[in-house]
Design a protein around this ligand. Structure first.
Ligand code: PLP
Length: 369
């Protein structure tokens, strides 16, 4: 198999040093291992600008969706009501979770190319006083749009409701002051902007809100409160922990620091994202999002040419060392290119050059207008 780098929004390309950490089979009840879990939780609190007196961190086995499902099914009680704000597939997945768990909810859907409006959310909260919790996605990976969680957070706090944010593809790559934004639960996973490998998600929780969820969980293995109570004792996970992933993540956190923290990583992501969008534009390929494009992943419209085939382009690019992503927007033909992970300026220049080469071969094939 030819190696390739991932230009996808997670799993993403990790460093060799992160991968090397997984060559050791660690004992789960060993003190060294438990200390690593405790250190990871402490470090995540710092990255979130959250105080240990008011916030805590819970790690949860599984992919990112397990983390979102853990929060929604554990903290929204049968007497509560959840407002889901959705402008993409990940927001809509929260509705799926609510349906499966019989969680009382209502949903505000916004067009995929627009950010949800804080004013509309304010009006919904004013009209429907039964709503107790509001959940939304920060970086909607479906399109790459970056939603305004600060403006929404202000509204949610004004009404004294609980605020849940899926920051899966932004935490670690975009600076988020969790405490200042009034976020009660923020969810991300090991294999996104922290640049670890898949295997667990993490939730930064307001302690008061978490305490209130005791006994509400609809699932045993995804019980957020129970996971917290066990993990908080001495760092031991409830049920088998993904040891190799945890070790890799610990290393990835160290490497995030070495890069200069979230601020520096955000600059790298933003610069590469800008370079990508400009490079594609020069090839006649336009970004789907025009306002509020985030620095994580970009959705591109298919080029105008009638003989364009995404599958052909994917294979062509893969043979030259990169894997890209199909589109997820239903109303337009699109594909996506992510720029998070161990991706640098040269990679962006390489991939745009490969795409240019691909488009040129198409002209040779069919260029007899
Ligand atoms: C990646 C991602 C998830 C989680 O997806 P998994 O496939 O379960 O890891 C959830 N929300 C957003 C916005 C994501 O980007």
């Amino acid at each position: 198999m030819n190696a390739y780098k991932l230009l996808t929004p997670g799993p993403l390309t990790t460093t060799d040093t992160v991968k090397q950490e997984m060559l050791f089979d660690h004992c789960t009840w060993d003190d060294d291992y438990k200390r690593i879990t405790l250190d990871i939780r402490k470090k995540l609190l710092q990255l979130a600008h959250a105080d240990a007196a008011t916030y805590t961190v819970v790690l949860m086995q599984g992919s990112g969706t397990f983390g979102v499902e853990s929060v929604l099914s554990s903290v929204v009680g049968d007497e509560d009501k959840l407002l889901i704000v959705a402008n993409g597939a990940y927001g809509e997945r929260m509705e799926d979770i609510a349906k499966h768990g019989s969680i009382p909810y209502t949903i505000y859907k916004e067009a995929y190319h627009r950010i949800p409006s804080a004013e509309k959310i304010e009006a919904i909260l004013r009209d429907d006083t039964a709503i107790t919790h509001v959940a939304m996605v920060h970086s909607e990976t479906t399109t790459g749009i970056l939603n305004d969680i600060k403006a929404v957070g202000e509204v949610v706090k004004k009404f004294g409701r609980t605020f849940i944010v899926d920051a899966m593809s932004s935490f670690g790559g975009v600076d988020i002051d969790v405490e200042a934004m009034g976020i009660d639960f923020i969810i991300s996973s090991a294999n996104k902007c922290i640049q670890g490998v898949p295997g667990f998600s993490f939730i930064i929780c307001n302690k008061g809100a978490l305490e209130k969820s005791q006994g509400k969980a609809r699932s045993l293995s995804l019980d957020l409160y129970d996971q917290y109570k066990t993990m908080d004792k001495d760092g031991k996970w409830r049920f088998t922990s993904p040891t190799h992933t945890v070790l890799a993540f610990y290393k990835a956190l160290e490497e995030l620091d070495a890069e200069g923290g979230i601020a520096q990583r955000e600059i790298r992501y933003r610069e590469n994202n800008q370079l990508l969008i400009e490079g594609m534009k020069a090839l006649g390929i336009e970004a789907y999002i025009t306002d509020h494009q985030g620095p994580i992943i970009t959705t591109f419209l298919y080029p105008a040419s009638s003989n364009f085939s995404f599958d052909e382009m994917y294979t062509f690019i893969k043979a030259r060392g990169y894997a890209i992503y199909p589109g997820k927007v239903t109303e337009a033909d699109t594909f996506r290119i992510g720029n998070i992970g161990e991706i640098y300026k040269d990679d962006i220049l390489n991939v745009t050059a490969i795409i240019k080469e691909f488009l040129a071969t198409k002209e040779d094939d069919y260029g007899t207008h």
